[in-house]
Write a protein that binds this ligand. Sequence first.
Ligand SMILES: [Zn+2]
Length: 201
Amino acid sequence: MLGEGYVPGQVTFGSHADRVVTLTVALLNELTAGQVRGRLVPRLEPAERQARARALLGLPVTARETDGLSRLAVRLRPVFAAVEDEDAARAAAEVNGLLDAYRPLPYLARGDGEAWELHFHSPDGGTEARWGAGCATALAAVIASEAWRRLGVCSAPICDRVFVDLSKNGSRRFCSAACQNRTKAAALRARRRGQAPSGMP
Ligand SMILES: [Zn+2]
């Protein structure tokens, strides 16, 4: 079922869903510790997390709201990990767990003079619940689509950041240009080493 305006080869989950998937990726990448573009980040300081949450939401957030969003961010990772392993059943089970936890309720909303968009509320009005409902629904839309493999975990060494591949050819492997470049540079160095004259005393 392709909507009007569908461009062959272009991946779209609907412009609103695309936006929410992109925010889901940003939430996970910004609010979780781990391997970050070649650096080990064992933990994020609370003030740093709160500043990042504020930047993501574009609104002031409390320490408690930041904790809630961080909890959600950690719960999102297994979906990306399952897709990276090409395990659709596990990805679906993980998304169902999120849907159970955040119980999104569909409703229509629009800005002044704009087209109607399908949004998802949560019965619990808190920040974590609201974001959880949105993220769970966006991931559900991706996993239920032909393009479910478009979620991924960065292939660069020492990086576990995630991405959604919205490119035409679907060949994305890295979380960022930084990881793509450092992987390319490392491969080049390895090739040069391989070409170094051998048999020298
Ligand atoms: Zn990366």
